[in-house]
Design a protein around this ligand. Structure first.
Ligand SMILES: [Mg+2]
Length: 192
């Protein structure tokens, strides 16, 4: 598999480009003294189901994540910046679709981390997982890199081909293309 056209692909942000779950655990530790949890313990996107953290605390951590107000930085997932920069240098615009309700802060974060002209980076914030389909269809994208399996199934039904970015929380069986790293993903994308 190495034939995906760079301009036909778009990317989720949290759990694909941004190592959001690590920051989640960092906030849990620093602000709420919750220790002893690793990323491998996050076996589903329904955090209250897989973590021994009260739902109110989970909500507070997520709020801090979305505000991007925590002192510790959100870090890019290994390899993401290099591969995205390479794709942009090869002429592709970079399109990101997030279920975050507001794309401004995470858009600034992307533009601060990916060394390409800011206007080459497009961020669509849908506010819901289900709205991603429509945004991708109208942006003319046929491939989407995503870490939430439920979203992958929904996209697939709408004719968008999901690429599952392997994470501990998406280990249920699925029929889709899957990658475990950005290097592996870059091998799927056609080079100029
Ligand atoms: Mg995600």
């Amino acid at each position: 598999m190495s034939g995906i056209q760079p301009d036909s692909i778009a990317f989720d942000i949290d759990g694909v480009v941004a190592d959001t779950m690590s920051l989640f655990l960092e906030i849990a530790r620093d602000r709420f003294r919750i220790t002893g949890i690793s990323k491998e313990d996050i076996t589903t996107y329904m955090l209250a189901e897989c973590l021994p953290i009260p739902e109110t605390v989970i909500d507070a951590i997520v709020e801090e994540l979305l505000d991007m107000s925590h002192w510790a930085p959100l870090k890019p997932i290994q390899g993401s910046v290099a591969v995205l920069s390479r794709m942009a240098e090869a002429g592709a615009g970079l399109t990101f679709v997030t279920a975050r309700p507001d794309g401004r802060l995470i858009g600034e974060w992307l533009r601060a981390h990916i060394p390409v002209a800011p206007e080459r980076i497009k961020v669509f914030a849908t506010g819901s997982f289900s709205a991603k389909t429509e945004v991708l269809l109208s942006a003319g994208k046929s491939w989407f890199v995503e870490d939430r399996l439920e979203t992958c199934f929904a996209l697939n039904e709408a004719g968008i081909r999901p690429i599952v970015f392997r994470q501990p929380w998406n280990r249920s069986p699925h029929p889709f293309l899957e990658v475990g790293s950005w290097e592996e993903l870059s091998e799927c994308v056609k080079r100029p």
